[in-house]
Design a protein around this ligand. Sequence first.
Ligand SMILES: N[C@H](CCC[C@H](N)C(=O)O)C(=O)O
Length: 315
Amino acid sequence: MSVYLQRCMGGVKGSSTTYFKKMTFGCFAPWAALELHRNGAYIAGMNYSAQNTLPFLKMHGLGNDFVVIDGRGDRPVPDMDTVRAMGDRHMGVGFDQLALIMDDADSDALIRFYNTDGSESGACGNATRCVADLLMRELVRDTLVLRTERGLLPCERVGDLIRVNMGQPVEDWAAIPLSRDVDIDALPLQGAPSAVGMGNPHCVVFVEDADAVDATRIGPELENDPLYPERTNVEFIHVLDRRTIRQRTWERGAGITLACGSGACAVAVASARRGLTDRVVTIKLDGGELHLDWRDDGVWMTGPVAYVFDAVWRG
Ligand SMILES: N[C@H](CCC[C@H](N)C(=O)O)C(=O)O
């Protein structure tokens, strides 16, 4: 039976109407396929069981895209092989980060972040904003507090946008972490970049024209430089005026992304630290704009979030 279905599915292009017509006239009745779905039996030659289904959401913030999994209560959570399989843009779902929501006694929820290569990250600003929107809708509130590896992050809805306080930047070289004590605003690397920690490491490279940089070549070189013992995210930027910055990003464990929230925080900090911009800036990323405000209680980041689809992963 699975062979028949496989043949039908191979010939299906487009809508489910075509699919069912083909099934009715070409193979067997649609209710049989629904039954197979219900029983978790054979679909297209693969054995699906109810035990290894994993519901997830696909979301993005400025094209920085995420698989979001709700692991609260006794809901299923992915193992590392599943994270990597889902992250594959050709064979899986594809994401820049996977955000896993977990229960937490002292906040509205705990979030853990995983890169495409399976490595874990202590921070992800855009995924934090996506999860904040999701949970604010669930809780019917306009504010909440999320816990990430770096602590408690207050979040709020501002019109159509979501704002998060990403905390104060880490400026101690050992905590960023760097491998030795150097000037964090003139790193001994090409272009004398700045180092900033936002719960994850960043390398902010000030260039003449961020759009002209060969980010796929220089990005991985800096990502893997021994000065950053845990590798680093890399931001290529140029200042447009005291309140506007252009940023392109190479992310640790994920490569080129259309936006990076923690990176935008690091950029706002590094640029203000050098006296090039004010503490309130708009950052123009490939996927859109983020608004940054470095206040006494932390770096606040505001921007849009979007839902793409929800589905079930069958491992
Ligand atoms: N896209 C994320 C950053 C992910 C950082 C990750 N690539 C790391 O290993 O630190 C953001 O919006 O902040």
